[in-house]
Design a protein around this ligand. Structure first.
Ligand code: ADP
Ligand code: MG
Length: 267
């Protein structure tokens, strides 16, 4: 903003403008010094990262390096043992924070879909927003059907999870998370449990979300997909972010020997 613009702003507007500028600049998620130990084993050894609205951050790294633990700390499915996580400006590691309210804003998709087997797809999709957000069945259903339509599964609303293929179940799991209108979607190896021919249908739903500027954090071994969709890729190794870059640099010009040898194995 130049000086002239500043002069013509009323006090009220200046306050508003400053606020807006701040919220534009404020990361959606800000992680500082995040640590997690299990039984004296340090799994996360100090993770620092800011994730901004609309970013699609991919997390790759060797098995056992702490990728899932990192993701699960972001919504406190694991309790961090150190550090701070600000989500939308609020410290969610503070025990006084109502984590359940924040979790509703963080959709999570797991490798094993975790749908309720005894409920129809429609019930799976509506129960969360009805119980946790007080929506009426009609409201919840109309949102669920709109999203089902989008992923091409509207005709399966009354089916049970075990009547669906793995790829369909995972698309439903994504829709279930979206029904809560989250501000960020966390994906932990969403295609790792799928038969190869079903991977594409799940990735294409994720690609659409990314194109719509949904903020996403994605742990995956699908390197070609990461290269295509990511705004940034992180390499986690032994509980630390060893390297991070935008995808072209990350994949074509890795700096550390560790990342070079990891990429040589997985590409
Ligand atoms: P990644 O997702 O990168 O494969 P994880 O975050 O799942 O790695 O695990 C990192 C390390 O933490 C592993 O050595 C794993 O055995 C350990 N770990 C993860 N969860 C637990 C737990 N609940 N209890 C004990 N150790 C755990
Ligand atoms: Mg994992």
């Amino acid at each position: 903003m130049n000086v002239d613009e500043k002069v013509i702003l009323t006090e009220e507007n200046i306050v508003k403008t400053e606020k807006e500028t701040q919220s534009d600049a404020q990361p959606l998620i800000s992680v500082r010094g995040l640590k997690k130990s299990f039984d004296n084993i340090d799994v996360l050894k100090g993770i620092d990262i800011d994730i901004h609205q609309g970013e699609v951050v991919f997390v790759v790294g060797p098995s056992g390096s702490g990728k899932s633990t990192f993701l699960r700390c972001l919504n406190r499915l694991e309790e961090p043992t150190g550090g701070v996580i600000l989500f939308e400006g609020e410290d969610i590691t503070d025990k006084r924070t109502n984590i359940n309210l924040h979790r509703q804003k963080m959709g999570m998709v797991f490798q094993q879909f975790n749908l309720f087997p005894h409920m129809t797809i429609l019930k799976n999709l509506t129960i969360g927003s009805m119980k946790l957000q007080g929506k009426s069945f009609e409201e919840a259903k109309s949102e669920a059907m709109r999203l089902l339509e989008r992923v091409g599964l509207a005709d399966r609303a009354n089916a049970y999870p075990n009547q669906l293929s793995g790829g369909q179940k995972q698309r439903i799991a994504i829709v279930r998370a979206l029904c809560m209108k989250p501000d960020v979607m966390l994906f932990d190896e969403p295609t790792s449990a799928l038969d190869p021919e079903m991977v594409g249908e799940v990735l294409s739903v994720m690609r659409e979300l990314a194109e719509e500027k949904m903020t996403m954090v994605v742990v995956t071994h699908e390197m070609a997909f990461a290269k295509e969709v990511a705004s940034r890729v992180l390499f986690i190794d032994e509980g630390k972010i060893l390297e991070e870059a935008e995808p072209v640099t990350f994949f074509e010009n890795p700096k550390s020997e560790r990342l070079k040898s990891f990429l040589a194995k997985v590409l």
